[in-house]
Design a protein around this ligand. Structure first.
Ligand code: NAP
Length: 351
């Protein structure tokens, strides 16, 4: 049974509000009657924030937008003042064609976490921080095995194989989460970490720059018409991830790290689900590209041979029981996640 803090109306500060996942988190808290303060990088960039403005006007929602940048020291201090809860989601999610991993990923993730959590520490009213980490902070490559029975990954595992030069996104998430745990040691707020797998599901905006949206579009728009590499991912629905953030913010029974995964499957599985509904209309891949060919051509997508060697064709197991038993999650079937995402992209004319 959830053990919610009995408070009339609470104020939550949410970072990275214009992003794919965070837009759903903002919507969820508004629907639950929270006063929401949401940070974005640019208040003038309507392409990025129009859907938040719409959310605000159509529902007369209690939503206030603030400008804040992860690398702008102190920029989260003002919005954090008087808040009860902080949800820190903002962090760059770039996995391909990375030119400067330190500048694009590691610095904003780590320094940003310090900046945001310092604001939490300056806000006396704040009792809980929910951090959006990732399965990337649990494991770096699919060929690895976890510490659980039969090599299953669980919340006690940490990614030890990623670095600034190899899988820098995974490294940025690992180091940002470690930074958060360190800062939580001497704080007046408690820290709950959520570790989602690869997130799919409909987007609330027309943005197409995020990695999740890009993957789904690429499967529908012919980028992979000749075939897809056999890469396993731990999937989870964006709406379920938002629900988990809401539960984690309030339920006193939820603790520590929490893996959020509904299903482990490979890219050909996603293509197969899409073909079953849209195979006649869109050039959805039918073939799996052999590993040797993926390794030869991976540079086109900015993917290293080492990464492809250690990930293509390797499945892995990950334990989502803590999220079911302690967080209280019930996950949508991955088929619904995939088809709802495709439907949103098609209906918004983004394919
Ligand atoms: P996204 O749409 O690209 O969102 C990333 C957000 O971070 C954006 O709102 C972006 O701001 C913000 N951001 C980046 N650099 C910033 C900076 N210097 N200052 C302020 N804000 C900055 O990606 P997403 O998929 O929703 O990811 C959101 C979070 O979930 C990230 O922490 C990511 O690591 C985590 N996550 C994602 C997945 C997934 O599969 N999508 C899985 C596990 C964890 P702008 O809106 O201005 O661009």
């Amino acid at each position: 049974m959830p053990n919610f803090i009995p408070v009339e109306k609470q104020t939550v500060l949410i970072t990275g509000a214009a992003g794919y996942i965070c837009s759903w988190i903002v919507k969820k808290f508004l629907e639950e009657g929270f006063s929401v303060r949401a940070t974005v990088r640019d208040l003038e960039d309507l392409d990025k924030i129009q859907h938040l403005n719409d959310l605000k006007s159509t529902n007369e929602a209690d939503l206030e937008l603030f400008k804040a940048d992860l690398l702008d020291d102190g920029s989260f201090d003002e919005p954090a003042k008087g808040c009860d809860i902080l949800v820190h989601t903002a962090s760059p999610f770039i996995v391909q064609n990375i030119k400067d991993s330190q500048k694009q990923l590691v610095l904003p993730a780590i320094e940003g976490t310090k900046n945001v959590l310092s604001a939490a520490s300056k806000s006396d009213s704040l009792t809980r921080v929910v951090l959006t980490s990732s399965v990337a902070a649990i494991t770096g490559d699919n060929c690895e095995t976890g510490s659980g029975e039969n090599g299953i990954f669980n919340e006690s595992d940490w990614n030890t194989s990623s670095s600034e030069d190899y899988n820098p996104y995974q490294y940025s998430k690992t180091m940002a989460e470690k930074t958060a745990w360190k800062m939580a040691e001497n704080s007046h707020w408690d820290l709950i970490v959520l570790n989602p797998g690869f997130v799919l599901g409909p987007s609330l905006s027309t943005r197409i720059d995020g990695a999740s949206v890009d993957m789904m579009r690429s499967l529908l728009n012919g980028k992979y018409r000749l075939g897809v590499p056999d890469i396993y991912l731990a999937f989870v629905d964006v709406r379920d991830v938002a629900q988990a953030h809401f539960l984690a913010a309030l339920d006193q029974n939820i603790t520590g790290r929490n893996i959020l995964v509904s299903h482990v499957g490979n890219t050909p599985m996603v293509a197969e689900v899409l073909r079953s509904e849209y195979g006649r209309t869109y050039p959805i891949p039918k073939n799996i590209i052999p590993k040797w060919l993926v390794k030869m051509t991976g540079f086109i997508f900015g993917l290293k041979r080492d990464y492809l060697e250690r990930n293509v064709g390797h499945s892995f197991k990950i334990d989502n029981r803590k999220s079911l038993e302690e967080v209280g999650m019930t996950y949508r079937p991955v088929r619904d996640t995939i088809l709802d995402h495709a439907e949103q992209l098609i209906s918004m004319k983004l394919i």
